[in-house]
Design a binder for this molecule. Structure first.
Ligand SMILES: *Cc1c(COP(=O)(O)O)cnc(C)c1O
Length: 409
């Protein structure tokens, strides 16, 4: 167990590519502290603008604001200064021209899909994906006449092969994917021409990967997870080129999955410590994954930064800080999963990730319960698969709790 204490946090690599026209002289750990401060004047803390509406200066001024794109000081569904501060911070970290925040990660995903796709359009969807995204594409989108194809995102060329020229409007990927952290080669995804490409990088955060640098058009995060980082904010965000974001805004102002300024404020506070939290949590994650691989009740451990993972080389190239989640395959299947959840004393049973508390969930009966069993198995969700989000507690304490709770089989 003392090995865990010696495990040093992995350094966050310095990005080499100039981003968004902003100076690239500082490392990501600095930028999370400095980004998105234009709205707060000389105040060190961001201001909370709870206002839903602003007074205007008569007819002409009102008209000007009512027809503007993302107008300042008009009406909060159109734009809000606290939410703008969060959006500007994320755009800077992503190296994107613009960002837009939403009421949740699903709000961001659903609004973006409906902003860009119409009846008769086709979407290419990664098979290894957040179950809510899949349910949205297969349910409401199918009902509205938007077709889709499912592809294995780990197979090189799979996305491009599924594109129907002239008909495919959007390619949706997720990397690292939920729950087993499969990676998509973003160079491959970014080289697709024709449809817009979008990657859900929630599991990486902007500290782990900046997909825009690979030529991907849109990057989306559930900021409810690592970006907010404290389980006190429900928020989503999409980033990309200004023209594309303006089009998404024009749809979204009617759809109304509008981000709350309170959640944006909490997420901005979370963002300031993102780099240090993620480095620390990633170090604990890798140490736990290595230590639990030898447990007699464990069939396999999944994390792309482990040396024996099939995508280890891609992880080393593409991820600037490892993700803070790993998955465990229990030998004893669903009975072992139940026993493990019942036996935990420190680690909590809950379905989220990226917060201070270590959380575990049984994927087949929680996050992916909406998928038929054969579809679960096709993406590696076995009856014994447990997703663990590693928190900020002492690593030895987490290891002891997991070791004790996992049945030896
Ligand atoms: C949680 C999550 C979402 C959905 O985000 P919400 O904020 O819960 O709406 C989407 N994608 C991934 C990868 C997630 O983990």
């Amino acid at each position: 167990m003392s090995a865990l204490r010696r495990f040093a946090p992995p350094p966050v690599k310095r990005g080499g590519i100039a981003f968004g026209g902003v100076s690239d002289e500082h490392a990501p750990a600095t930028r999370v502290v400095t980004a998105g401060r234009a709205q707060q004047g000389t105040s060190l803390a961001p201001a909370l603008w709870a206002s839903s509406t602003w007074e205007t200066d008569g007819l002409d001024d009102t008209r000007k604001r009512a027809v503007a794109l993302r107008p300042d000081s008009f009406y909060s569904r159109y734009a809000n200064p606290t939410v703008r501060a969060f959006e500007e911070a994320i755009a800077e970290l992503e190296g994107a021209e613009e960002s837009m925040a939403f009421a949740s990660g699903m709000g961001a995903i659903a609004s973006t899909v409906l902003a860009l796709c119409s009846a008769g359009d086709h979407v290419v969807l990664q098979r290894q994906i957040y179950a809510g995204t899949q349910a949205f594409i297969q349910g409401p989108c199918a009902r509205l006449g938007i077709e889709h194809s499912l592809v294995d995102g780990t197979r090189p060329g799979a996305f491009a092969e599924a594109v129907r020229p002239g008909t495919t409007m959007l390619v949706i990927a997720e990397s690292p994917s939920n729950p087993r952290l499969d990676l998509v080669d973003l160079e491959d995804l970014g080289s697709i021409t024709g449809p817009f490409t979008m990657v859900d990088a929630t599991f990486a955060t902007p500290i782990g990967v900046r997909p825009i640098e690979y030529g991907v058009d849109l990057v989306v995060h559930s900021a409810t997870k690592g970006i907010g980082g404290h389980n006190d904010s429900t928020l989503g965000v999409v980033s990309g080129e200004r023209e594309l974001l303006d089009a998404i805004w024009a749809y979204s102002v009617l759809h109304g999955a509008t981000a709350s300024p309170y959640d944006a404020l909490n997420a901005l506070r979370g963002l300031r410590t993102l780099a240090v939290r993620q480095q620390h949590q990633a170090a604990t994650t890798l140490a736990l994954a290595a230590a639990l691989a030898d447990h007699p009740g464990v069939a396999a451990v999944h994390h792309p930064s482990l040396p024996d993972h099939p995508q280890h080389d891609l992880a080393a190239r593409q991820l600037q800080c490892p993700p803070t989640v790993f998955a465990l395959d229990l030998l004893g299947g669903v009975d072992a999963a139940r026993a493990m959840l019942d036996g935990l004393r420190l680690v909590r049973v809950a379905t989220s990730l990226g917060g201070p508390e270590t959380l575990v969930c049984h994927s087949a009966t929680s996050t992916h319960v909406s998928l038929p069993v054969d579809e679960q198995l096709a993406i590696g969700i076995t009856p014994g698969l447990m997703r663990i989000s590693v928190g900020l507690e002492d690593g030895d304490d987490i290891l002891a709790d997991l070791r004790r709770a996992i049945p030896a089989n």
